[in-house]
Design a protein around this ligand. Structure first.
Ligand SMILES: C[S@@+](CC[C@H](N)C(=O)[O-])C[C@H]1O[C@@H](n2cnc3c(N)ncnc32)[C@H](O)[C@@H]1O
Length: 296
C-alpha cells in the first residue's frame, strides 16, 4: 500500500485492509517479555503456541471490529507496566482498591494486575463492544476463574443512562487506556467529566490515563466516519496540556486534582518503529497522567 506521508490530509482510518500502515505483521516483534510470561503463567499457553494464539485472537478481534489498534496489536502488551503510577496502582489494587478499566477491550491490564496477585473480584471493565469480553476470556483462558465484572457501555453517555450507573461513586481507581484519544480536545474533557462520577468522592481517588500524545499539542483531522462516532478530529496532548485539561475538568465538576503527567517516547521501549506513514507519526508517544482527587 502507498504510504501516507502527508500530514495535512485527514487520516483515513476507514481502510480495513491488512496492508494498512497500522497492521503489525511481525507479532514476535511487538510481544514484550512480560506479556509472554503472563500468557504462559496466567493463561497457561505453551511457549511455542503463543504467537499462533495471538494471531488467532487478532483474527477474531479483527472480524468483530477492524480498528487500527486491533491490527496494530496495541492491546497485546499491558501499558500499565509503562505507566508512571504502575507501582502505586499495583499496590493499591493488591490491597483491595476497586478499579474500573475504561474501554477495556480484552482488558490486558486487569489480567496483568491479577497475574501479579491482585484480587479480580474488585476489578471492573467496560467497553461499547461487548464481543471483546468473550475474546478476552478465550485469549487469557480464564472464563471459569475470572471473578471480575464487565459491562457493555458507552462511556460518552450520561452514567445514569448506562449499565455503569451501578458503579457510580464506587471506584477508587479509573484506568483509562487508549480511549480518550479517540476524541477531540473538547470531547476528551467532556468524557472525563462524565467518568469522574464513577470515582469515590474522597481525597485520593485516582483517574489514571494512558494514550497517544504529541510533543506539541495537536488537533488532527480524520476522515469523516473513521472513528465510528460523530467526531472528525482526534487530539494529541502533551504533559503540560494535560494539566490544563484537568484544570478544566476540575472547574466543570467542582473538584480539585493534583496531576502528574509525562510523555513517553515509545521508540525508547521498543514499541514503535516509524515507516513514514501518518498513523505511525501520531502514535509514537504514550501520554500518561495520574489525576489525584484532592478536593471532592
Ligand atoms: C484503542 S482501543 C483500546 C483498548 C484497550 N483499552 C487497550 O488498552 O488496549 C479503544 C477501545 O475503545 C472502545 N470504545 C470506543 N468508543 C467507546 C465508547 N464510546 N464507550 C466505550 N468504549 C468505547 C473500543 O471498542 C475499543 O475497545
Amino acid at each position: 500500500m502507498e504510504q501516507d506521508t502527508q500530514n495535512d490530509n485527514p487520516l483515513d482510518m476507514t481502510t480495513r485492509a491488512k496492508d494498512s500502515p497500522w497492521y503489525a505483521h511481525d507479532v514476535a516483534a511487538v510481544l514484550q517479555p512480560q506479556t509472554r510470561s503472563m500468557l504462559q503463567t496466567h493463561a497457561n499457553i505453551l511457549p511455542d503456541d503463543i504467537i499462533a494464539h495471538i494471531e488467532v485472537t487478532r483474527s477474531k478481534a479483527w472480524a468483530l471490529a477492524p480498528y487500527p489498534s486491533v491490527g496494530a496489536l496495541t492491546w497485546l502488551n499491558p501499558y500499565l507496566t509503562l505507566h508512571l503510577s504502575h507501582d502505586l496502582v499495583l499496590e493499591k489494587v493488591k490491597s483491595g482498591a476497586t478499579i474500573l478499566d475504561c474501554a477495556c477491550m480484552i482488558a490486558p491490564d486487569l489480567r496483568y494486575l491479577a497475574s501479579r496477585g491482585a484480587p479480580a473480584e474488585r476489578m471492573y471493565g467496560f467497553d461499547i463492544e461487548a464481543g471483546f469480553f468473550d475474546i478476552g476470556f478465550d485469549f487469557y483462558r480464564d472464563r471459569e476463574r475470572w471473578h471480575g465484572s464487565f459491562f457493555e457501555a458507552d462511556g460518552t453517555k450520561p452514567l445514569s443512562e448506562t449499565k455503569l450507573a451501578v458503579l457510580k461513586g464506587k471506584m477508587d481507581i479509573l484506568w483509562c487506556p487508549k480511549f480518550l484519544h479517540l476524541f477531540d480536545r473538547a470531547q476528551q474533557i467532556a468524557v472525563s467529566c462524565n467518568l469522574v462520577g464513577l470515582l469515590r468522592s474522597v481525597t485520593g481517588s485516582l483517574f489514571i490515563g494512558s494514550q497517544n500524545g504529541r510533543p506539541v499539542p495537536e488537533e488532527m483531522p480524520v476522515k469523516e466516519g473513521s472513528l465510528g462516532h460523530g467526531q472528525n478530529s482526534i487530539f494529541g496532548a502533551n504533559a503540560e496540556e494535560m494539566q490544563r485539561m484537568w484544570a478544566e475538568v476540575g472547574e466543570r465538576t467542582g473538584t480539585k486534582w493534583e496531576v502528574e503527567a509525562r510523555l513517553l517516547d515509545l521508540r525508547t521501549v521498543g514499541l514503535h518503529v516509524e515507516d513514514g506513514s501518518w498513523y505511525k507519526r501520531v502514535t509514537g508517544y504514550n501520554l500518561q497522567w495520574t489525576a489525584r482527587l484532592v478536593e471532592a
